[in-house]
Design a protein around this ligand. Structure first.
Ligand code: GLN
Length: 287
């Protein structure tokens, strides 16, 4: 017999021995998911026998975690900005860093009294940016564009799950025709793939499970920043905001690419780890 308390201890030990630094947190998430309750509640019955089906589920999840699979894919759901998002292989896992980008857009809309801004989220993935913006700015008109079949399925699921009335499109945002089909956007927001070839070669085990298509930004990681400011300029209103999430140390390169396309008011925003995570700029009046 394995008691509830023993099970928690065993799972923690197993994950720890597999070298998982966040073993306690991961074990807690697995327990909570399988028992359907919060840990303090589960542990009030710590000397009770673990039901067989729960035991099997916990063990199966712990084994997957030991093999390196990200916790978010194992649980099948993850939180971003307080909202739930369905997760699985084929879709980028939302990072807390991306909340900095979402906040930049919300602040811009509030500062400029944009009641019902028209927003396009390029490379939308799970939809964490587009859905959160719609929840925080309920009158906004939000378009979420994603190319991958798998990610697009999650994007739609997540819009539905959160009751967010956004427009989803399965398209290649780097195709000129797509950019040209938009006009008068107040905001273009994007967390594009931005890892360099060197970073791709040195990915952490967990990140290797994530789609290369959502991570790899070309040799120097800048491919999308090179193309979006140019391709999407016409779709943006004069005075409209273009806001990017960027990788560590890319701020100067991205700013330069925006300047080259005549964007103005370039701003950098740091994330909670004190790293420049967002570069934004405004479209200059066409003279
Ligand atoms: N933040 C991700 C990472 O560091 C990369 C996401 C992206 O390329 N947009 O793994």
């Amino acid at each position: 017999m394995v008691t509830v308390g023993e099970l928690f201890t065993n799972v923690k030990a197993l994950l720890k021995s597999a070298g998982i630094d966040t073993y306690r947190f991961d074990a807690q998430c697995i327990m909570e998911d399988c028992f359907g309750a919060r840990l303090p509640v589960i542990l009030t019955n710590s000397s009770a026998k673990t039901p067989d089906d729960v035991l099997e589920n916990v063990r199966a999840m712990a084994d997957k975690r030991v093999s390196g699979k990200p916790l978010q894919y194992i649980l099948g759901q993850w939180e971003f900005y307080g909202y739930p998002f369905k997760m699985g292989e084929g879709v980028l896992i939302p990072r807390p860093d991306t909340e900095t980008l979402v906040e930049k857009v919300i602040d811009y809309c509030k500062e400029n009294n944009l009641e019902s801004p028209k927003i396009a989220d390029l490379c939308s993935g799970s939809g964490c940016i587009a859905v959160t913006l719609k929840k925080q700015l309920p009158k906004a008109q939000v378009f979420a564009l994603e190319l991958s079949d798998k990610a697009y399925a999650y994007l739609n699921k997540n819009a539905h799950l959160n009751n967010a009335d956004i427009h989803t499109l399965k398209v290649d945002i780097l195709s000129g025709g797509v950019a040209d089909s938009f006009e008068n956007l107040d905001v273009i927001v994007s967390n594009p793939p931005y890892l360099t070839q060197t970073e791709m070669d040195e990915l952490q085990t967990e990140v290797k499970y994530e789609p290369e298509m959502a991570l790899f930004g070309g040799n120097d990681g800048l491919d999308f920043y090179r193309q979006i400011p140019k391709l999407w300029k016409k779709a943006l209103k004069t005075g409209g905001l273009m806001a990017f999430e960027i990788g560590c140390g890319q701020e100067n390169d991205v700013a330069e690419l925006l300047e080259k396309e005549n964007y103005i008011n370039i701003e950098y925003t740091k994330d909670t780890a004190d790293i420049f995570r967002v570069v934004s700029a405004v479209k200059k009046e066409d003279l």
